[in-house]
Design a protein around this ligand. Structure first.
Ligand code: ARG
Length: 609
């Protein structure tokens, strides 16, 4: 198998020649197929240098063509003065165009501009055939191929005994989408919930529990709301020095593994878990918990490995690692001998690389933790666990996101200034959607069950979509009115757009499954071709979103797709036209790709509005 390194370090598999693939229509993304075609052509044109990887991009303007090969000037720079038969970059470009392998994918080519770009135009028939093949074989045949096999996505990761806050909601939504995109690309994804189940608050909580229930009679009901319990014990901790001392000793004994602490600890964890589950269940997100406590046995060994490499030093009685460019070191053992967040993360990283054999480990947290991860990653690089270039595998990435603000632009809080409960926030979105649907008279049309499912799909979908569509680093305002608007770049608008396409197909009265087998897609009008070509670009968009870890790329694609559909629909009559069969196939293909986008974004599509 021949693998070509890409600049981002991800590799793309290729096992056959381009001509085979192009005639097989659906194997690989468009960009990948064209890269192969130009590679073949370049190796014929410049046989002495067969390993140059062509640079392929979409054409900036439609009149230039669909895609272009951009590295003619750099080829010319290598060739000139080296006894070459070519007289100018134009010459090189023309030869590359001429030497493109014969295939039914490319309709025509031209060399243009000061950069001598070799632009190509794809054949309409080939675009149509590729879409029809996807319709019969399924959209999974369009999954991008990534060379990475196993990835850990560390996301959500709330802290036991504390309320899950809106930052955890973002991590849950973004992490889930990253996991979904990689899973679609046939990567084995380990969805890790790195819950904080080991920190210092446990000393305080357990000590408080012992005090309230001296005979160990505490039950989940007796502990009641963990938040209230947490606050009460914190109050005691702050006000009562002997209690504080006992709590601090309890941490050491609890972390040392004393049996007495096990039961109350697992009780508290279970209560929290049940709370988190309410959020996950609403969002349809699945995670596998491997909390901080799981890595406890691996900490001493991991730290020894780092010590052997001479990376750990003493500073103010603590064990620390100094990393370049930071004005404070990473503390890995505190002065009282206790392990901390960082020691756990180092052990977890070691475990993921060596025991779980992950090739890429992705951490999704708010950007406030960037420094922590920078230091952990530097330590891993110094230790030789991962390459220093950050591109080759195994790879570690931190996806840091911005804050969610209240509609007033300030910290996101309830009216009374408390932490917003995520369950309430999701329920409110659903409630507002139900109200809107009732106002539109849906109670008369739909079953109560349909009404509820639709309100959930739109409400939760809206919350997810705003989280995903923004540039990941920017802070954004949480504003129901904005996210539930049925116009503009919102989930509501997109879900309606999808439902509208479904209703066009329904109204035609045609059996779409039959059409897929017997009908023929013909792309005649400009808008039909535009939409068709855009559909074909789906695999490369998913690939880019995976390699850059930016879900907003997929959101933008989905929004633009709905715009392209609108342009098509505004000039091309579907139902009752002579081109009905072909246009229905184009509608169906759009709906299929939209549904895949929704799926990757964790949004449930709706079929009726
Ligand atoms: N529990 C942490 C928090 O709430 C997030 C953990 C992220 N993952 C990790 N491996 N450190 O901030």
């Amino acid at each position: 198998m021949n693998t070509e390194a890409k600049p981002d370090g991800l590799k793309t598999h290729s096992s056959s020649t381009m001509a085979d693939d192009a005639n097989e229509e659906n194997s690989g993304s468009l960009k990948e197929l064209l890269t192969k075609a130009f590679k073949e052509s370049q190796s014929i044109t410049i046989p002495d240098d067969p390993h140059i990887v062509p640079v392929i991009d979409k054409c900036s303007k439609k009149q230039f063509g669909d895609y272009q090969c951009n590295n003619v000037m750099s080829l010319w720079a290598r060739l000139r003065g080296n006894n070459t038969e070519f007289k100018s970059p134009q010459d090189v470009g023309e030869a590359i165009g001429r030497n493109l392998p014969p295939c039914d994918m490319i309709d025509s080519h031209s060399v243009a501009g000061p950069g001598c770009f070799v632009s190509i135009r794809l054949s309409n028939q080939w675009i149509a055939k590729s879409i029809q093949k996807m319709l019969t074989d399924g959209i999974d045949t369009w999954a991008p191929k990534l060379a990475v096999k196993r990835v850990v996505v560390d996301f959500s990761s709330p802290n036991i005994a504390k309320e899950m806050h809106v930052g955890h909601l973002r991590s849950t939504i973004i992490g889930d989408t990253i996991a979904r995109m990689l899973e679609y690309s046939k990567v084995d994804v380990l969805r890790r919930n790195h819950v904080g189940d080991w920190g210092t608050p446990f000393g305080m909580l357990i000590e408080f529990l012992f005090e309230k229930f001296p005979n160990g009679e505490a039950s989940d009901q007796a502990i009641g709301e963990l938040e209230v319990f947490y606050k009460a014990s914190k109050k005691r901790f702050d006000k009562d020095p002997p209690f504080k001392e006992r709590a601090q000793q309890a941490v050491v004994r609890f972390q040392g593994g004393e049996e007495k602490y096990r039961k109350p600890w697992s009780q508290i964890c279970q209560i929290s878990r049940n709370e988190f589950e309410k959020v996950y269940q609403r969002l349809g997100v699945h995670l596998e918990e491997k909390g901080e406590s799981f890595y406890k046995p691996y900490i001493p060994g991991t730290l020894n490995l780092l010590k052997e490499k001479g990376l750990i030093e003493k500073s103010d009685d603590a064990d620390v690692i100094f990393t370049e460019g930071k004005n404070r070191p990473l503390i890995v053992v505190k002065s009282d001998g206790a392990y901390n967040y960082a020691s756990t993360d180092l052990a977890a990283l070691w475990y993921r690389l060596n025991e779980e054999k992950a090739e890429w480990i992705i951490y999704v947290t708010d950007v406030g933790q960037k420094e922590h991860f920078d230091m952990i990653f530097s330590a891993a690089k110094y230790a030789g666990w991962v390459p220093t270039d950050g591109n080759t595998y195994p790879k570690i990435s931190h996806v840091g996101f911005g804050h969610v603000l209240g509609a007033d632009g300030k910290k996101f809080r309830t009216r009374l200034g408390g932490v917003v409960k995520l369950v309430d926030l999701l329920d409110e979105a659903k409630k507002r959607c139900t109200t809107a649907l009732l106002k539109r008279g849906k109670a008369a049309e739909w079953t109560p069950e349909e009404l509820e499912r639709t309100a959930e799909a739109i409400g939760y979908g809206a919350v997810k979509y705003v989280d995903l569509k923004n540039n990941i680093l920017t802070n954004y305002k949480f504003d129901y009115d904005h996210m539930l608007n049925d116009k503009g770049d919102t989930a509501v608008y997109l879900l309606y757009a999808h439902a509208r396409i479904c209703s066009i197909i329904r109204k035609s009265g045609k059996d779409i499954e039959e059409l897929k087998m017997a009908g023929q897609l013909i792309l005649e009008k400009d808008q039909e071709r535009d939409l068709g070509l855009y559909l074909l670009q789906f695999p490369e968009v998913v690939e880019e979103a995976c390699t850059t870890l930016l879900p907003n790329i997929l959101c933008k694609y989905l929004y633009d797709l709905s715009e392209k559909f609108t342009s098509f629909y505004s000039v091309c009559q579907v139902v009752g036209s002579d081109e009905e069969a072909s246009r229905l196939l184009l509608c169906e293909a759009t709906a299929v790709v939209m549904r895949k986008c929704f799926h990757l974004l964790g949004i449930t599509p709706v079929y009726k509005i």
